[in-house]
Design a protein around this ligand. Structure first.
Ligand SMILES: [Fe+2]
Ligand SMILES: [Fe+2]
Length: 334
């Protein structure tokens, strides 16, 4: 997923259990499979709560990929050169592809894509809060690639070993593409940082605005993340929010030094005995405000998504008519 910052879980008792689902979440056969680090496949029996939890997580991940096209789509028409435009276009198209793989993975759990989109459009399912921030300058394309895609990689690499087979396999290809995204962002910032003083200042301003939100992509601190323990027991989640956040900080600080840019945290320091970079306190009130719908762009992102969905109705109608025609032709030929 892009992050672990999606907010509270669905109310207890909501399981979306299919008719063949196992009743208890602590079914011994199922847990033995998980303990053996084997993969659960679509036709396998699974506890209803495991299925529901995966549907929710994969759907929110898919929603994040497609909503995440908006902040960068904002700059395709204003990229500073043809080369930059081609790269950004390819990157945004990759995100559309990630959304499609993930909706397809969710569908293997027996849920319909239109139902998931309906939940997104009506606000019943969330997407990563990071995409509710605006992209004010071209340097934001660099900061998003470097920090947001960088955080996504740290989150997503462990999901390649997730217990649900289709999700794990989708993530292998996604991670390869995210790695390209992260490098293209780094390269944009490197060019700006070593350019004119105005370009350097623009890069620094973008990093100042994206650093703290990117740390919040890993979700609330572990002691305020009630859902995590069960996801870890089920092999959906492999590391805690704080462990992943620390990994991201340790990876990113040396990169900021290579870029010649400063991370906006006066308390950032190296804990030499532990070998970790320690940040100052993170203001999670901002995260909960954005999750609650009060980020700078929440309303605009959802309105744009709904309008795009409505404008695409003719494509869905045409695809359905084409499939119906094929079915009739096949019947006639039989
Ligand atoms: Fe992606
Ligand atoms: Fe990406």
């Amino acid at each position: 997923m892009y992050g672990n910052d999606f907010g509270p879980p669905e109310p207890a008792g909501v399981t979306d259990a299919g008719p063949a689902d196992l009743g208890g979440e602590d079914d011994a056969t199922f847990l033995a499979l998980i303990d053996a680090d084997a993969r659960v496949e679509p036709r396998d029996q699974m506890p209803g709560a495991y299925r529901a939890s995966l549907i929710r997580q994969i759907a929110q991940h898919a929603h994040s990929e497609i909503i995440g096209m908006q902040p960068e789509g904002n700059w395709i028409g204003r990229a500073p050169s043809l080369k930059r435009k081609a790269i950004l276009l390819a990157k945004v198209q990759d995100e559309a592809g990630h959304g499609l793989y993930l909706y397809a993975a969710a569908e293997t759990l027996g849920v319909d894509r239109s139902e998931l989109l309906d939940k997104l459009h009506s606000g019943r399912q969330k997407y990563s809060s990071i995409f509710n921030y605006p992209t004010l300058t071209w340097a934001d394309m660099g900061a998003i690639g470097w920090l947001v895609d960088g955080a996504a990689i740290v989150n997503q690499v462990p999901i390649t070993r997730c217990s649900y087979g289709p999700y794990a396999r989708a993530m292998v290809r996604i991670c390869k593409e995210e790695s390209f995204h992260q490098r293209q962002g780094f390269e944009i910032l490197h060019t700006l940082s070593n350019g004119t003083s105005a370009q350097h200042a623009m890069a620094q301003d973008a990093v100042d605005r994206w650093w703290w939100p990117s740390l919040m992509m890993f979700g609330p601190p572990d002691d305020a993340s009630p859902n995590s323990e069960r996801s870890m027991r089920w092999g959906i989640k492999r590391f805690s929010n704080d462990e992943l956040r620390q990994r991201f900080v340790d990876m990113t600080v040396p990169q900021s030094q290579a870029l010649g840019l400063t991370l906006p945290d006066p308390e950032l320091s190296l804990d030499e005995s532990a070998g970790h970079w320690r940040t100052g306190p993170i203001d999670f009130r901002e995260l909960f405000e954005v999750i609650g719908g009060n980020g700078p762009c929440n309303a605009a992102r959802l309105a744009h998504r709904r309008a795009a969905h409505e404008r695409g109705q003719w494509v869905r109608d045409a695809a359905a008519a084409f499939a119906a025609k094929h079915a009739t032709d096949a019947q006639g030929a039989a």
